[in-house]
Design a protein around this ligand. Structure first.
Ligand code: KMH
Ligand code: ZN
Length: 274
């Protein structure tokens, strides 16, 4: 019997412009279509960054709610809102993302250099966001960009306990300039350092590290995140056509590893959601 494989799609991100990549979903209509296509292809969860009418990243509360509703109207995907936003978003606004009532939220476990920018996640912010997510019944996905953040997760659990239901899901985001490299040895080290409370983990490799990280994750029994937030080429110099194309490739890689795509219902149970 093959083990279930969670495929999360991260279709938009906050870094790529619509002008540079017209196939990037940046409107509620495009997101709704993307969600339906990606669910049909084998995704179970969607990680969302919202854009405004000019296609710029935003944490506007009305738009957050509109984008969540768009996904719910076209799919049964588990809805995860990014609390990372863009490197320019204030911490206060990032906390308010939870008001839009997603199923899950990303929660990055520390500050990371992010190219020439800084992705700010001071410890007081991490603690506040975690407690807020627990109090609202929103499943945090712990995003780990570096080995020190893996250790910080153990510290968070010791201080505040694990989410209700005892489920703790992690996503390693690898290959960001400033974070851990997108390599198999780095993934092996990061998985070995996970606190025992972690019940499931996925990995994604940014840019050219996408395939090596996905293969390393599958070889270790991990799950996958794919999508145009993380990679814009399907092979060297060939642009990605759609997010569903990346999900389909993840399904094919999973098949080789004798893994069956998880359904959204199975994903809900993985995350401890009712
Ligand atoms: N856009 C990055 C600065 C998250 O979604 O939580 C942060 C990010 C992580 O993408
Ligand atoms: Zn993100």
């Amino acid at each position: 019997m093959s083990a279930p494989l969670l495929i999360t799609v991260a279709p938009t991100g906050a870094e790529t412009t619509k002008a540079d990549c017209p196939q990037l979903p940046t409107t509620p209509e495009e997101l709704a279509r993307t969600a339906a296509d990606c669910e049909a292809a084998g995704a179970a969860m969607i990680h969302i960054h919202v854009r405004d009418a000019s296609h710029a990243p935003t944490l506007d509360q009305g738009l957050l709610r509109e984008w969540v509703a768009a996904v719910r109207s076209s799919s049964s995907l588990v809805v995860q809102l990014s609390t990372g936003g863009s490197v320019h978003d204030p911490l206060e606004e990032r906390l308010k993302v939870l008001d839009a009532e997603p199923d899950s939220c990303s929660l990055t476990m520390g500050t990371t250099n992010f190219g020439d920018d800084v992705f700010l996640n001071p410890w007081p912010f991490v603690k506040e966001l975690y407690q807020l997510a627990l109090s609202r019944g929103i499943a945090p996905e712990f995003e780990l960009f570096d080995l020190g953040q893996v250790h910080a997760l153990g510290r968070l659990f010791r201080e505040f306990g694990v989410p209700a239901g005892g489920k703790a899901h992690v996503d390693f985001v690898m290959g960001v300039p400033g974070g851990m490299p997108g390599t198999a040895p780095a993934l092996v080290a990061a998985v070995a350092a996970l606190p025992p409370e972690v019940t499931s983990w996925a990995a994604t490799g940014i840019g050219r590290s996408t395939l090596s990280v996905a293969m390393a994750s599958l070889s270790m029994g991990g799950h996958l995140r794919v999508g145009m937030e993380d990679v814009l080429t399907i092979s060297r110099g060939v642009p990605v056509e759609s997010n569903a194309q990346l999900v389909s490739r993840a399904v094919a890689m999973g098949e080789l590893a004798q893994r069956t795509p998880m359904t959204p219902a199975e994903c809900r149970s993985l995350l401890g959601l009712s």
